[in-house]
Write a protein that binds this ligand. Structure first.
Ligand code: C2E
Ligand code: MG
Ligand code: MG
Length: 291
């Protein structure tokens, strides 16, 4: 607003800065209260194997039902990251996600993994491996059923510290993947030196599929290189059947997105899973399969 108004409009400028500062502080207060009150929830979004149509994992996504206008993860997570509140929030997420998967096993669901997002700050937290050891031991869940998604953009921020933490996590047996690959500046050559098993293509990569030949060439090249480095490729944000057909042709391993299911609360996920033990994929269905 200050930019648009002319010179001499200092009063406006000051007020909007003050407003910003006070809503910034209020968000901190609200988030601290939410942590104390246990006001967060997790939703779960299926990841589907493109060969078999079967569920291989769910991604846990944080929800803040009472967060009002601040409720979007893309809004409050960067704030939590900057202020350090991400540490208690992230621990809650990890513990809750692992417990939920352990409960689903008790309920008799077949084996699938749970993917949990790790913020850049968590990815340098030296306490994290011990915390995970405790949570895994408490629940009896085997570590390979947990996959941590590390945003590519955060990786480069603290390169060396992250690399050494990822090595410790990998030694625990936990799976590691690079989230939103393509949005940061890291190369596969750099990722090769990290103990990473999978990359998740950023949705912006998929937007042009299958029509745009440039997008197609890039996705094909990334998938080819990832496979030659023994990494699986997951496509997030899949919305159209044509994208899945194309990803399948290009050898992508796993798909996730609104086309198959939204992120859902645990009970809705269970219901979804009962109704979709196998999802339509190009190798098992005549396309198009969009309903
Ligand atoms: P992300 O890890 O890349 O998660 C995927 C986001 O895409 C989610 O947004 C999901 O709801 C959304 N999505 C799923 N399918 C589709 C689709 O077909 N099309 C489109 N356009 N979007 C789709 P959400 O839940 O709002 O989360 C946003 C981001 O916030 C996540 O991006 C992740 O970076 C962060 N986040 C969410 N939960 C956590 C958490 O527990 N811890 C941390 N550190 N970050 C989290
Ligand atoms: Mg993710
Ligand atoms: Mg994303």
């Amino acid at each position: 607003r200050a930019k648009q108004s002319g010179a001499g409009d200092c009063r406006f400028y000051n007020r909007s800065l003050t407003d910003q500062a006070s809503s910034w502080l209020q968000l901190g207060v609200k988030l601290r209260r939410a942590i104390q009150d246990g006001a967060f929830e997790l939703h779960y979004q299926p990841q589907i194997d493109l060969r078999t149509g079967r569920l291989v994992a769910v991604e846990a996504l944080l929800r803040w039902p009472d967060g009002g206008p601040d409720a979007m993860p893309e809004h409050f997570i960067p704030y939590a990251e900057e202020t350090g509140l991400i540490e208690p929030i992230g621990e809650w997420v990890l513990e809750h996600a692992v417990r939920q998967l352990a409960q689903w096993k008790v309920d008799g669901l077949p084996s699938f993994r749970i993917a949990v997002n790790l913020s850049p700050r968590q990815a340098v937290d030296a306490q994290l491996p011990l915390f995970l050891v405790r949570v895994l031991a408490d629940t009896g869940l085997s570590p390979e059923l947990l996959e941590l998604e590390i945003a590519e953009s955060g990786l480069m921020e603290h390169g060396a510290a992250t690399a050494s933490l990822l090595q410790s996590l990998r030694r625990l047996g936990v799976g590691l993947s690079i989230d939103d690959f393509g949005t940061g500046y890291s190369s596969l050559a750099y990722l090769r030196r990290l103990p990473v098993e999978a990359i998740k293509l950023a949705p912006s990569f998929l937007a042009g599929l299958p029509e745009d030949s440039g997008s197609r060439a890039i996705v094909a090249a990334v998938i080819g290189m990832a496979h030659s480095l023994d990494m699986r490729v997951i496509a997030g944000g899949v919305e159209r059947a044509e994208q899945v057909e194309c990803l399948d042709e290009l050898g992508c391993n796993v798909v996730q997105g609104y086309l198959y299911a939204d992120p859902m609360p645990a009970d809705a996920f269970l219901q979804w899973y009962r109704e979709h033990p196998v999802c339509p994929v190009p190798s098992t269905t005549d396309m198009p399969f969009q309903d």
